[in-house]
Design a protein around this ligand. Structure first.
Ligand code: PMP
Length: 429
């Protein structure tokens, strides 16, 4: 009997080796990681350079406590990250995971308004469906039924007004303009922030809003005195083929707070955080003089060293451009699969954050009976391809889609191999 508390009763393969886009288990079976774990392993597996940077940092300076010091590696990293994202003047707040990062963003937004003498602004508008994290606050902010019900009551429900998901049938501006009605209904003087994923991840199969959406959202937020939080935990760090995902369509938009995770240290260490624009930082520091919030392991030097080594790889190997190019190749291949497999209703996404929307060929609708995506994913796993079946998109609880997001370092030949395995899984399942 195992003493490990697994997420479910199914047994888990035990990984013994990992390299590039491949993982090997203890039976010798090799799998192509088509979803980078949970869209984490952006630079691929087995990067000895990242491990060496972490070891060197641990040897040189390993804190045995957190939060009372900065470190040279953190100072360097914050500067490098602001330059990579093209967010001059932004301040990096480091934490250990995406949920902590979103909790931090929500608290920062609330404190920002308190310091401005507007303590009544506590609500955070989010979308349905959406996933912002597993901790109770981030889960309350999320627009997904499946995980909420089991843990109710969450934080007070009226604190999270909901906006509909992006509608590709509207122009980006018309789509974003729907935020006005949500703000008016919530009472604008009670709203602290609007938070969204610029490309929706697990909850809606890489749904991408049209050009103009984020610029208009930022404009409306400014008009109403509300902060714009871009949750780029999954879509960020180059995965969508751009450094800052809110600028996906080339818009000159700068969110007040950008939340990052997963790809920051690409799974090598627990590292996430947020980038706060100068005006947010200055307002908070100019009031109480401190952000009254923190976590013990925030900015741990070994995690930050991993982040720095990962950023070296992302920049040195031009992985943002690679995500754009390999993403176009993978999307074209998925279009070809869609033409041959009637249960594939749509394929979409950008860069290497792509979604395969499944459904009943007879009705042309995604099915609320759960199972199709899991069946395809299970068959793919047997064949040696890992994918990420999502939930939420169909009725806010269940999903009928697969998310694909291999490491940004995937080669053209490996993209073809991925497509061949998915083709077979769709045929068999
Ligand atoms: N935001 C988004 C958009 C995510 O996809 C996730 C994780 N899937 C999170 C937040 C939470 O991150 P973590 O699991 O690291 O807490």
């Amino acid at each position: 009997m195992s003493n490990v508390f697994y997420r479910s009763r199914k047994s888990y393969p035990v990984a013994v080796r990992a390299e590039g886009v491949y993982l090997w288990d203890d039976t010798g079976k090799r799998s192509l990681d088509g979803s980078s774990g949970a869209l984490v392993a952006n630079v691929g597996h087995g990067r000895a350079g990242v491990a060496r940077a972490m070891a060197a940092q641990a040897e040189r300076l390993a804190f045995v406590h957190g939060s009372q010091y900065s470190s040279d590696v953190l100072e360097t990293y914050a500067t490098r990250l602001a330059a990579f994202l093209n967010l001059p003047g932004a301040r990096f707040w480091a934490v250990s995971g995406g949920s902590e990062a979103n909790e931090s963003a929500i608290k920062l937004a609330r404190q920002y308004h308190v310091e401005r003498g507007e303590p009544g602004r506590f609500k955070v508008i989010t979308r349905v469906p959406s996933y912002h994290g597993a901790s109770l606050g981030a889960l309350a902010a999320s627009g997904m039924g499946a995980r909420r019900e089991l843990y109710a009551p969450l934080m007070r429900e009226d604190a999270w007004p909901k906006m509909p998901k992006p509608d590709p049938g509207l122009t980006g501006e018309q789509d974003a303009d729907r935020l006005r009605a949500v703000l008016e209904a919530a009472g604008p003087e009670s709203v602290a922030a609007f938070m969204c994923e610029p490309v929706v991840g697990a909850s809606d199969a890489a749904l991408v809003p049209n050009a103009g959406y984020h610029a208009r959202v930022a404009e409306i937020c400014r008009e109403y005195g509300v902060l714009f939080i871009s949750d780029e935990v999954m879509a960020g760090m180059g995965r969508c083929g751009v450094p800052l995902t809110a600028r996906l369509h080339g818009e000159a938009v700068t969110p007040d707070i950008v939340v990052l995770g997963k790809g920051l240290a690409a799974g090598y260490a627990p590292l996430a955080g947020l980038m706060a624009q100068g005006h947010v930082y200055d307002t908070v520091m100019g009031g109480s003089g401190a952000f009254k919030h923190g976590f013990t392991y925030a900015g741990h030097p070994v995690s930050v060293a991993a982040g720095l080594a990962v950023l070296d790889i992302v920049e040195g190997e031009n992985l943002v451009a690679a995500a754009h190019e390999r993403g176009a190749q993978l999307l074209a291949g998925l279009e070809a699969l869609k033409a041959r497999h009637p249960q594939v209703l749509a394929v979409r996404g950008t860069g290497l954050l792509l979604g395969v929307v499944l459904g009943d060929p007879a009705t042309g609708q995604s099915d609320v009976t759960p199972g199709r995506a899991e069946r395809v994913a299970a068959r793919a796993r047997e064949l040696g391809l890992l994918t990420y079946p999502g939930s939420g998109a169909v009725d806010g609880v269940r999903g009928d889609h697969l998310l694909l997001g291999p490491p940004l370092s995937i080669t053209p030949a490996e993209v073809d191999e991925l497509l061949g395995l998915l083709d077979q899984a769709l045929t068999d399942a």
